[in-house]
Design a protein around this ligand. Structure first.
Ligand code: GLY
Length: 364
């Protein structure tokens, strides 16, 4: 079973994660005083039953269920989790187990890391997005005032267990959402991987497993060099300055029917590739290749021009900004990314227009 070593923890990728989890639980010689499992209605229904049949210890765990969706990654829900931990007597020897997507690992990781100044937690990511991104790298947090991940701490899980079989319960929209981060990994760090991706049939789960492994390795390698995003790690934000603003905007406008994270990031990747041609030397041909691949996989999204200024406002709140400039990580070529680039509002709006024009051309 492949094991990728990170700083203080391992990421296990296997179709039999129950075995790995049992081994992990046994490795704690003192034993955990209690187990708490955070789930949403989807992971409770589709993933928890597969685990509890083979992991006896999970039978005695307290289950904390929250509603799925980014709109629940809030301080109010976090307070409810803390209250459940207090009510059921969690202590520093308890283990907190996140079973679910990125909302669960971000929120659960944050709740565990702040409860009694921190209790250990593990991540069992069940969506493609959380397997290749959110569950690895120690970022935990919640949204505040609809601003993404505005409050949070860096805190590593004690282990991550990735089982590709969980992906069989996801719809194609959720798979694509995770695929956006995989695309990003190729674009920022590995041109040969990008070439493979544009030819990959990612509805084939075995092919997808290889991509998951490659993507986790790319992300882990970056995080190991710069765990708290002082420099290099910022390349993981490629596509995210504009992507996060779109995600927040659609969350404000449409609530439950908003864009999935990866859907917003896919648009962000196109817009920020456009900026890359203007600011960091990405070639026009490479921009076309990226645009074509994304538009042939992701559904087009209508972004009305009257909202451009609201989007710029949202970008101004981005955590990466300094001195009021809007900060980007941009491509110099496919497979290479540069950090600390800034762009003026007019050029950012031009990139949003480029996206909308390309959508029209592509669908003609
Ligand atoms: N999702 C970007 C990072 O973990 O740094």
């Amino acid at each position: 079973m492949p094991e990728i070593k990170s700083s203080s923890y391992s990421i296990f990728i296997s179709k039999n994660i129950a075995k790995d989890i049992i081994r992990f639980l046994k490795a704690n010689k003192k034993g955990y005083s209690s187990l708490f499992i955070l789930v949403d209605e989807n992971s409770l229904r589709y993933c928890y039953p597969q685990l509890v049949t083979s992991i006896l210890q999970f039978k005695d765990a307290e289950i904390i269920e929250i509603e799925s969706g980014e709109e629940n990654k809030t301080i109010e829900i976090c307070t409810q989790i803390w209250a459940s931990l207090s009510e059921y007597g969690a202590d520093k020897n308890s283990l907190f187990i996140n079973i679910g997507g990125g909302v669960i690992s971000d929120l659960g990781g944050f709740a565990a890391s702040t409860f009694k100044r921190g209790i250990p937690f593990i991540n069992i990511p069940t969506t493609l997005l959380s397997q290749v991104d959110a569950s690895v790298g120690g970022k935990t947090g919640i949204n505040s005032d609809n601003l993404k991940n505005e409050i949070g701490v860096y805190s590593n899980p004690s282990a991550v267990f990735v089982n590709i079989d969980f992906l069989a319960t996801l719809n194609s929209r959720q798979i694509l959402s995770g695929f956006a981060e995989i695309i990003k990994h190729g674009l920022i760090a590995d041109a040969a991987y990008w070439k493979k991706l544009i030819e990959c049939d990612f509805s084939d789960l075995d092919k997808l497993e290889q991509c998951i492994m490659a993507s986790i390795k790319i992300k882990n390698n970056i995080v190991l060099q710069d765990p708290e995003e002082q420099g290099l790690r910022k390349i993981l934000n490629f596509g995210h300055t504009i992507g996060h603003a779109l995600e927040t905007f659609f969350l404000e406008e449409n609530g439950e029917n908003s864009l999935l994270h990866g859907e917003a990031i896919a648009i962000g990747i196109i817009c920020e590739s456009y900026l890359s041609t203007k600011i960091s030397r990405l070639k026009e041909g490479e921009l076309k290749e990226i645009t074509k691949f994304i538009l042939s996989n992701f559904k087009p999204v209508k972004i009305e021009s009257i909202f451009y200024h609201r989007l710029i406002e949202l970008m101004k709140h981005d955590k990466k900004n300094t001195k009021g400039d809007i900060n980007f990580s941009l491509l110099s070529e496919i497979g290479k990314c540069e950090i600390n680039k800034t762009a003026k509002a007019d050029l950012i709006i031009e990139s949003l227009k480029y996206y909308s024009e390309q959508v029209i051309l592509f669908n003609k």
